[in-house]
Design a protein around this ligand. Structure first.
Ligand SMILES: [Zn+2]
Length: 208
């Protein structure tokens, strides 16, 4: 299995608020280096009310690099008068705040969401919460229940009953493992929260 590249601050992308920060449509140029070919690609993004036009060219080319793309934009009503723009990802058709430039092999440049671009969050490497959540979800599935690998659903999941034909001792071991891992996950969530608090403290000590 190949490791997916990591999403970093340098990953070339665009947030919907960059384009729709002002009322009028804006044009912007995004220099980028693709993962496969070296060089800089200039993207031109033109925001219209219901879509964004994207075109790009390489640094050393005057012609367009790949076909122009259109990204659909969906407006979500906020409050009584407000509305918030969302990109509709061309890959998964989901509402997304940010899209990223990727160039798969020799194919044309694509502007898609984090998931479709195959980018990992940096925290997915080290975050024990996520790891434990998927381990817990796996134990649930061994006990015949389906629980998403997410602390929110895990905490609300009912205690699985013993599947028909499963030996009582096996059932007991799985329940023990489940309880242990759940306690570990809760502890990991708590320490993650404390880490956030100390990060805020550091920020405050520098800015006040
Ligand atoms: Zn997508």
């Amino acid at each position: 299995m190949t490791r997916r590249p990591r999403l970093t601050a340098d990953t070339p992308g665009v947030c919907v608020s960059q384009l729709y920060g002002s009322r009028s449509a804006t044009t912007m140029s995004v220099p980028m280096t693709t993962g496969y070919s070296q060089g800089v690609i200039h993207a031109e993004l033109k925001a219209h009310d219901d879509h964004v036009d994207c075109s790009w060219r390489d640094d050393d080319e005057t012609s367009a690099s790949g076909p122009a793309q259109q990204i659909q934009v969906d407006w979500q009503p906020v409050g009584e008068k407000g509305r918030r723009p969302w990109f509709i990802c061309r890959g998964c058709r989901m509402r997304r705040r940010s899209l990223y430039f990727v160039k798969p092999g020799f194919g044309p440049v694509e502007l898609v969401c984090r998931k479709c671009a195959g980018l990992r969050y940096p925290s997915q490497d080290a975050d024990p919460v996520e790891r434990l959540a998927s381990e817990i979800s796996l134990i649930h599935s061994r006990l015949g229940s389906r629980v998403a690998a997410d602390p929110y659903y895990i905490r609300r999941a009912s205690w699985p009953a013993r599947p028909k034909g499963m030996h009582m001792r096996v059932y007991r071991d799985l329940l023990t493992e489940l309880a242990d891992k759940q306690a570990e996950m809760d502890a990991a969530i708590a320490s993650r929260s404390l880490r956030l608090v100390s990060q805020v403290d550091v920020w405050l000590s520098r800015h006040t």
